[in-house]
Design a binder for this molecule. Sequence first.
Ligand code: CP
Length: 308
Amino acid sequence: MTHFLDISNTETGDIRAMLDRAAAMKAARAGRPKGTPDDETPLAGRMVALIFEKPSTRTRISFDVGARQMGAETMVLSGADMQLGHGETIADTARVLSRYVDLIMIRTFEEDTLHEMAEYADVPVINGLTNQSHPCQIIADVMTYEEHRGPIADARVTWCGDGNNVFASFAHAAGRLGFDLTFSGPAQLDPEDAPMRFAAQAGRPVRIERDAATAVEGANLVVADTWVSMHDSQTARERRHNLLRPYQVNAALMAHAADDALFMHCLPAHREEEATSEVMDGPHSVIFDEAENRLHAQKAVMRWCLGV
Ligand code: CP
């Protein structure tokens, strides 16, 4: 069974194959209406379940559209509407869904839920975000970097803000694809140990730099993310804002990056908080290419999982 659970447990060659296929599929569709199928429909006759225990715009729509472009039928399910939200075990849910569908994408809270779904499902499972990781986002981010600037290997990437789930997947990607990653944020919001250990063991230890301007100096890519994630309580909001204010990506901070640096944000953004509109809509920004590439990257992920 070929699950896509994390970048850390996906081989570099497989990630590279997905990136190449995503780019080729994007090129093949250039200018086509979004609702038309691809020339090749390798998912024809397949049923894809998209399960969301948390809100989503990009992940939900890009998986749904992508699966349909490849010929699949889809069903978008909310965890709360399923028995999953009313006490049925993940293991039983996985075994039942496997009798109906060919592929499961799940956005959930804890990584354990994702792993239990994968353990008991007889069909591939894709991680559509957990509290700990967001690998589909980072496949799209690497794709976006490479379509603008070429190979990401040895590029200097600086993350400004919270050491959250998206950062963790960036750390996994740094280890797998060999780029230099700097984390710049307050010590109270440092990344978890596991992704930092993974990058270090892969020979790409993440640099920690508390001063944002120093961290961004000469960077090829600057990344920001929301200061309050879906799983953070509202009571944490004010504390996080106070801690993270020095890490806002604004024009003054971007001026420290390389002249041709890119700016990314996985969205949704809180404009004028983690990044200013001047940067988000400015010449360095590729945020909407990044959002579009969720579609192409995930199509490649789905094909890889199904071996088609
Ligand atoms: N970036 C991202 O995963 O967006 P959604 O939460 O809207 O899916």
